[in-house]
Design a protein around this ligand. Structure first.
Ligand code: ADE
Length: 249
């Protein structure tokens, strides 16, 4: 996967994503992260890339030319990407399912906005996906891009080590992950659930599945409205969910 990030703050992207799991994947050549400075495409003597909004109002708007020239340069060097993502609170919400779909691409181009936004005409011309990471407003698209690159990259084969498998993650099966325990066997008087010490893989898998359902019911009941999730339940799991909700009545 080759990522291209159009930004006014390339060092934010480079510094953050050169560490830890994502940094290791980049060093190993599984992914490449290319932060491209939009300011390098300013034709202005003072390297301005923004101007006052037509019609008045507060703030500044990023001009279309530097953004378009930055995009064209990326395309001329790297080829076209199928998807060009603009980070905006007006976008559809980024989810695990979106991360999975994006992880199948060979390359992705991101555009980070700043100030009051980006001139609409260049967005119309180059953007294929408007994406938001949540219903709150950030000062720019850099943090959202880093969130997306992290979530997407860890789904690409070879990025996570065997020990860090994504198989049982929260959301992988539409449920939250079950609780985890490690040594010591007793902490502040609390014991590790007996079944986890039993070595019985079948019972452990069953317990974890039920605890996933319990946790999802308690913390994110909205996830249980997805018919596909409910259809994946065994009869016993359905019974368990019914008991949970009856206890609440
Ligand atoms: N830019 C500013 N706020 C944002 C958000 N919540 N998601 C994506 N991009 C943004």
């Amino acid at each position: 996967m080759d990522y291209y990030v159009m930004t006014l703050f390339p060092e934010m992207i480079e510094n953050c994503l050169s560490e830890s799991v994502i940094g290791r994947a980049a060093k190993n050549g599984i992914i490449s992260i290319n932060a491209v400075n939009i300011r390098d495409y300013s034709k202005d003597r003072h390297l301005h890339v923004d101007d006052y909004p037509y019609g008045g109002g507060a703030g500044m708007v990023m001009q279309p030319d530097p953004v378009y020239d930055c995009y064209s340069d990326i395309v001329s060097k790297a080829g076209k990407a199928r998807r060009v993502i603009y980070l905006t609170p007006q976008g559809r919400k980024f989810t695990q399912a979106e991360a999975e779909a994006f992880s199948k691409e060979d390359s992705l181009i991101f555009l980070c906005g700043h100030y009051e936004g980006v001139d609409e005409r260049v967005l119309e011309e180059i953007v294929t996906d408007n994406i938001s990471i949540g219903d709150y407003v950030l000062t720019g698209g850099e943090l959202p891009v880093m969130v997306m690159i992290d979530a997407i990259s860890r789904l690409i084969p070879g990025v996570l080590g065997k020990m860090e498998s994504a198989e049982y993650d929260s959301f992988q099966d539409g449920l939250l992950e079950y609780p985890q325990y490690t040594r010591p066997e007793e902490f502040h008087g609390k014991k590790v659930p007996e079944v986890l010490l039993s070595g019985h893989h079948g019972n452990i898998a069953k317990w974890r599945r039920l605890e996933s359902i319990r946790r999802t019911y308690e913390r994110r009941p909205d996830l249980l409205n997805d018919p596909a999730v409910l259809e994946s339940f065994t009869r016993e799991e359905r019974e368990f969910l019914k008991e949970l909700s009856e206890k609440d009545q």
